[in-house]
Design a protein around this ligand. Structure first.
Ligand SMILES: Cc1cc2nc3c(=O)[nH]c(=O)nc-3n(C[C@H](O)[C@H](O)[C@H](O)COP(=O)(O)OP(=O)(O)OC[C@H]3O[C@@H](n4cnc5c(N)ncnc54)[C@H](O)[C@@H]3O)c2cc1C
Length: 105
């Protein structure tokens, strides 16, 4: 388990890529490497947002996607309305930055 800057719960130990957990994608691994090193160097990178990781499948023809699928989006919206939680985009932004602050601790 890592935070948004690839820190594990062991001080001084970071993890990136497949060993850091899903999604197991090349672009996720590469970007975690950048975020991790920038954090170690004190460059204040943005925290990883797993909702924004592109999925590129290196097949023929190549396939790429980013964000939720329609089915997952509908499932998430249904779960939110079932729990009575409503998110405007401003609320979502606020909770995202709260998450980022929590990660950076
Ligand atoms: C068949 C297959 C197809 C895939 N297709 C896609 C795709 O289309 N798109 C996509 O985004 N992702 C794909 N992936 C996933 C992607 O390859 C991984 O998510 C990504 O490579 C993870 O990067 P990583 O740095 O964590 O691990 P790796 O890229 O596996 O790098 C780990 C490195 O550590 C080395 N290593 C291991 N043990 C030791 C040791 N003891 N000492 C020193 N070095 C060691 C390994 O040799 C390796 O070079 C695919 C994976 C597989 C297996």
């Amino acid at each position: 388990m890592i935070d948004g800057f690839c820190k594990t719960n062991v001080p001084g130990i970071y993890a990136i890529g497949d060993v850091a957990g899903p999604p197991m994608l090349a672009h996720k691994a590469e970007h975690e490497g950048v975020v991790c090193i920038e954090a170690i160097k004190g460059l204040h990178p943005h925290a990883m947002d797993k909702n924004l990781i592109p999925g590129c499948t290196y097949c023929q023809p190549q396939i790429a996607s980013v964000g939720l699928t329609e089915a997952r989006g509908e499932k998430r919206a249904a779960a939110r309305s079932a729990s009575g939680v409503f998110h405007s985009s401003a609320t979502a932004r606020r909770s995202r930055s709260a998450r980022t602050r929590a990660w950076s601790r």
